[in-house]
Design a protein around this ligand. Structure first.
Ligand code: HEM
Length: 141
């Protein structure tokens, strides 16, 4: 019994520090990285394009570009290995007359998509907190 104690202690300590390292990794990694973010963005767009409360703005747009830029933006914001190469939030949304209700609808869709893809509560709140200040550049009506 005694002989096994030291190796067990060492393994236990290693496992604990691995858990801590994982918990303190970038938000991007903690959300599950590119595979999860891609699914979240797909689902967010699918919900927003089909919900009568939000679909208005998504009718005649380049969906491929939007999907690409959103992935990039979420990756960059969450300290993942990407750089956002899209336009500013003010330039993109300025002419869309987006209302408070439309903004809230999109946040609701994002929350559903994050939940459906297993993103944890802490990570979800961190991401929403990073996006919240953009509201002033998105909502113009
Ligand atoms: C914090 C909230 C939001 C973020 C972070 C965000 C992010 C983005 C990004 C990265 C792009 C692509 C930029 C580019 O093409 O260079 C984009 C475009 C767009 N966003 Fe948002 N967005 C937000 C809120 C909204 C809301 C609430 C709506 C409507 C309900 C909306 C509708 C659109 C549309 C329609 C486009 C495409 C515009 C076009 O290609 O002409 N966005 N957004």
């Amino acid at each position: 019994m005694k002989k096994a104690f030291l190796p067990a202690l060492l393994i236990g300590t290693a496992m604990m520090s691995a858990t801590v390292a994982y918990a303190d990794g970038s938000l991007f990694d903690r959300m599950g990285g590119a595979p999860v973010v891609t699914k979240v963005v797909d689902q967010l767009l699918d919900l927003s394009m089909n919900d009568p409360r939000t679909k208005r703005s998504f009718q005649k747009i380049n969906l491929k570009r939007l999907r690409e830029k959103l992935n990039e933006q979420i990756c960059a914001l969450s300290n993942g290995p990407c750089q956002y190469s899209g336009d500013s939030m003010k330039d993109v949304h300025g002419g869309l007359d987006i209302t408070d209700a439309e903004f809230n609808g999109l946040v609701e869709h994002l929350t559903i998509a994050l939940n459906a893809n297993g993103v944890g509560l802490r990570e979800k709140n961190e991401l929403l907190k990073l996006l919240a200040p953009m509201k002033r550049d998105v909502v113009t009506k």
